[in-house]
Design a protein around this ligand. Structure first.
Ligand code: ADP
Ligand code: ASP
Ligand code: MG
Length: 405
């Protein structure tokens, strides 16, 4: 008898009819003899509605109280499913994050899981109960409710699967697997049978929201196979697993776009030792992650420095840099929110040259200007004007031979 963790996303629990459907799926697995732990998201749209509600109270809601509010979305669905299972004569129990002992740091709204004390879950499983856990939430060491960032139920699921040494973590969503590009913007995207943890880490960090990036980090660290599949069909989805020799090694296995980025430029910065540190240290201290950086040297001992940050940190980063610019004597600081990062990802790139030139040529053919470039062993990213993001994904998908017949 194994342990199967099943996570159902917002669209899969959007109303009572769908929760009923989830109950049937859970029972089906349970009746085959496995132990089942279910992690639930809030009903589709509920988290957004709660955020809007809070913003009607105040422009800047207290982060602790906001987490108390947001956690109610998952509390609702977990209670409803457990109630439903019990009404169908199946032993079930709902647990909130703190009851399942999901311990996090105290970064409200974006907390990281530190550990999971799975004792209560294990005890319930021993009694053959179906354990239904509210995703997206945990508690810090002082007992405050925390939430794990948007899409965080994926991370709850994989972390709980790791703590229980589950056989598999199934992620049920509104697509039937992981595709070579977001199927909602690229109709020719193909479903992948499998994808390596490293490729998925890149896809997730570069805009493919099908899995929250931290969930993939946990899966890789604890070697948990993650099966992404549809809650509306029985078809096999995509396995996220460690890279192995038998895997199909596509040169490029995915194309992503991320509009959730903004760019900041400092113009005419004195080109002296220590300046970069002055520009980036306060940003790091504010907990902001800088992604791409470019420096253009000008004549006359000056340089322009441009970097990207997540959209949510843009205003804060801009404010910091305005202060820094005055201090170091830079001429001007300006920002641009209308950018997108388009990326191609594939482990096969390690053994192939020429991927970058195909990418640049393809974008040039469409007259899409590239303003920044960054590369790693298994990905290439270009910053382009936001309005070209979808077009760029489609033409790159086609140029790398990924289009479905
Ligand atoms: P859930 O609510 O179930 O967590 P999400 O909306 O978070 O679902 O994630 C599923 C969505 O991810 C899909 O509807 C799809 O539009 C999007 N997506 C982005 N990139 C990809 C990709 N490469 N493969 C599959 N889905 C993707
Ligand atoms: N309900 C949360 C969100 O909408 C968490 C999740 O669904 O994974 O982001
Ligand atoms: Mg999600």
């Amino acid at each position: 008898m194994g342990i199967i963790v099943q996570k159902y996303g917002g669209t899969s629990v959007a109303d009572l009819e769908r929760i009923q459907h989830v109950a049937k799926r859970v029972i089906n697995t349970y009746d085959q003899g496995d132990n089942v732990v279910v992690i639930l998201s809030a009903m589709a749209g509920v988290t957004d509605n709660l955020i809007n509600l809070a913003s009607e109270v105040t422009k800047n809601p207290d982060r602790r109280e906001l987490d108390v509010l947001l956690a109610t979305g998952e509390q609702t669905t977990a209670a409803l499913l457990a109630m439903m299972l019990k009404s169908m004569d199946y032993p079930a129990a709902s647990l909130m994050g703190y009851q399942a002992d999901v311990v996090t740091d105290c970064e409200f709204g974006n907390a990281r899981i530190i550990e999971i004390g799975g004792e209560r879950i294990k005890e319930l499983l021993k009694k053959r109960a179906i354990v239904v856990i509210a995703g997206f939430q945990g508690h810090d060491t002082r007992g405050n409710i925390t939430t794990l960032g948007r899409g965080g139920s994926d991370t709850s699921a994989v972390a709980i699967a790791a703590a229980l040494k589950a056989d598999v973590c199934e992620i049920y969503t509104d697509v039937d697997g992981i595709y070579t590009a977001d199927p909602s913007i690229c109709s020719k995207a193909r479903k992948l049978k499998e994808i390596s943890y490293d490729e998925m880490l890149n896809m997730a960090s570069l805009g493919a929201k099908v899995l929250q990036i931290r969930s993939v980090g946990f899966a890789k660290k604890f070697n948990i196979p993650v099966h992404v599949r549809s809650s509306f069909s029985d078809e096999e989805g995509t396995m996220v697993i460690s890279e192995d020799a038998g895997m199909e090694q596509l040169v490029v296995s995915g194309v992503t776009s991320d509009k959730n980025q903004a760019r900041i430029t400092l113009k005419k910065v004195p080109d002296q030792p220590g300046v970069a540190a002055k520009i980036f240290s306060p940003i790091t201290e504010a907990g902001i992650v800088v992604d791409m950086i470019i420096q253009n040297t000008r004549s006359g001992g000056q340089t322009d420095l441009t970097f990207t940050v997540p959209m949510g940190d843009f205003a804060k980063a801009l404010e910091i840099e305005k202060r820094v610019a005055e201090e170091i004597g830079a001429e001007k600081v300006f920002g641009d929110e209308n950018i997108a990062k388009v990326s191609v990802i594939g482990v096969g790139m390690k053994n192939h040259s020429g991927v970058a030139s195909i990418m640049f040529t393809t974008l040039a053919r469409e007259n899409i200007n590239i303003s920044m470039i960054s590369t790693s062993e298994i990905r290439i990213s270009c910053v382009v004007d936001e309005k070209y993001a979808e077009l760029a994904v489609r033409v790159l998908h086609s140029a790398f031979g990924l289009d479905a017949e």
